[in-house]
Design a protein around this ligand. Structure first.
Ligand SMILES: Cc1cc2nc3c(=O)[nH]c(=O)nc-3n(C[C@H](O)[C@H](O)[C@H](O)COP(=O)(O)OP(=O)(O)OC[C@H]3O[C@@H](n4cnc5c(N)ncnc54)[C@H](O)[C@@H]3O)c2cc1C
Length: 445
């Protein structure tokens, strides 16, 4: 797009597609320490590297390693034929994009020279450096990168299952293009009905893109305001705790804005279950069980690493991520007990993260540290927890939240105020982040 189209002043004139590609999904590249540029050294390292999962992280790393390590054997394991640009799912569920705009052929992103094994891992045998596949084959490795993403545990909400999305007034933007398109339809149906109650559920714990439940609330509010009859609709938001966002500034901003927009909030209301036909939700509150009736509900189910990871020796065994997420050092991305194993993306147990922007920051760290281990050196590259969320605050406006471990703000664009809501950030979300994401998949940023 032309930078001339940006209307928010001279400072934004510098925001071009080239800028975005340079920094990818954010400026994480500048915040890593101990890094050497790719292709610079150690490129004769040998061994069999297996990457499990050909999603955002697996593809980004495969492309980087294909260039960096010509002498190594790299296998990528995943049976999924399509790639979904998941950051676009909120745009689909908000009626801004068509579902096919987030779908591409996975083959397009798999580099030549990489062995793509179209199967799923059914067992990790870490002691033996071996994987069992659903094809019946066994795969041995010297080095392993777990990039399986996460699993959405729909059934952890009593009375709910994924096939209900799009029926009984149920929406859920997680985590397929089909679910997002059906969510858009049920929101449209609710709006067309002329009134009633919309109930939005907050993140129940660690989820991918923790901002997505807020974005769905904000874009639906825009659609309700557009009817000219906002007063005919009640909008409620139920949080498991007393916050809606990790960083204080954005948390306070959202709460203040919702107060102005007439959103009724319910803190300490973790969703226990629904009665789909009665359109009733049940919450376990500190004061006991409570129910609420709705016409439309947006559900955010609990999430975890896939069962195959949870049931393996690779899972955290103590601490806040025990039994649910892959154990890695949150800085080096190396497994804390199996030094030949690394984690990348949503699957890891670490504070914050779980965005494509985090993947963008993590992939070079995993690359660098993996190459170090292959060359009998200590891993020294460090991930600072960088994550980023274009927090959509309505259709046509957003603010760019970028932060890292400790919820420290890490703004990467000198021409964007992280505390400003703007049309420019919306345009970034709508037009520019997808090409930047695809450049990441290609290993170019
Ligand atoms: C609604 C929504 C909105 C989002 N918005 C944003 C946003 O605005 N900004 C942002 O940066 N991020 C956003 N994200 C998050 C982002 O999409 C993810 O963080 C990112 O895709 C994680 O990459 P990953 O490689 O870890 O997992 P994925 O991209 O999900 O890929 C995991 C891959 O592993 C494969 N796999 C799983 N199990 C196995 C197995 N046993 N064997 C083999 N393969 C396996 C899967 O088939 C899949 O291909 C959003 C996500 C959603 C759902």
């Amino acid at each position: 797009m032309s930078s001339k189209k940006l209307k928010t002043g001279a400072s934004h004139a510098a925001l071009t597609r080239r800028d975005l590609l340079k920094v990818g999904l954010g400026g994480a590249a500048v915040s890593m320490t101990g890094m050497t540029p790719a292709w610079s050294r150690d490129s004769n390292a040998r061994g069999h590297i297996v990457i499990v999962g050909a999603g955002a992280g697996g593809l980004a790393l495969a492309n980087r390693l294909a260039r960096r390590l010509p002498m190594a054997e790299v296998s990528l394991v995943d049976s999924k034929p399509q790639h979904w640009y998941q950051p676009g799912l909120t745009m689909v569920a908000s009626g801004v994009w068509r579902a096919d705009e987030v779908i591409s052929d996975n083959q397009r992103w798999v580099p030549s020279g990489i062995n793509w094994i179209q199967a799923r891992v059914t067992r990790f045998e870490a002691e033996d450096r071996r994987l069992q596949l659903d094809s019946g084959d066994t795969l041995n490795y010297d080095y392993l990168v777990v990039a399986t993403g996460l699993q959405v545990n729909y059934e952890d909400v009593e009375g709910f299952s994924a096939d209900m999305i799009g029926q009984h007034g149920i929406g859920c933007v997680y985590d397929t293009p089909d679910h997002a398109a059906k969510t858009n339809q049920v929101i449209a149906d609710w709006i067309d009905s002329g009134g009633g109650t919309g109930l939005f559920i907050g993140a129940p714990g660690a989820v991918k893109c923790a901002g997505a439940p807020l974005k769905m609330t904000f874009t639906t509010l825009s659609r309700l305001e557009d009817t000219g009859h906002r007063d005919q609709y009640d909008v409620h938001f139920a949080s498991a705790g007393d916050r809606v966002f990790a960083v204080d500034f954005y948390n306070d901003f959202v709460l203040q804005r919702w107060q102005e927009q007439g959103v009724e909030r319910h803190d300490h209301h973790p969703l226990r279950g629904i009665d789909a036909s009665a359109r009733r939700a049940w919450f376990d509150t500190p004061d006991g069980e409570r129910s609420m009736d709705y016409d439309f509900i947006h559900i955010v189910p609990p999430m975890s690493a896939p069962d195959v990871v949870r049931e393996s020796d690779l899972v955290w065994t103590d601490g806040p991520f025990a039994g649910n997420w892959l154990e890695v050092d949150q800085y080096t991305m190396q497994h804390r007990r199996y030094p030949e194993v690394f984690g990348l993306g949503d699957v890891i147990g670490a504070p914050i993260n779980k965005t494509a922007a985090s993947v963008k920051a993590q992939a070079p760290v995993v690359e660098e540290n993996l190459v170090a281990v292959m060359n009998d050196r200590e891993p020294t590259a460090e991930h600072n927890g960088y994550t980023s969320c274009p927090l959509i605050t309505g259709i046509g406006k957003a603010m760019l939240a970028e932060f890292g471990y400790g919820n420290v703000l890490l703004p990467s664009f000198p021409f964007i105020d992280p505390k400003d809501e703007s049309w420019a950030v919306w345009i970034m979300k709508d037009r520019m982040l997808k090409p930047a994401y695809y450049a990441m998949l290609d290993g170019r940023v």
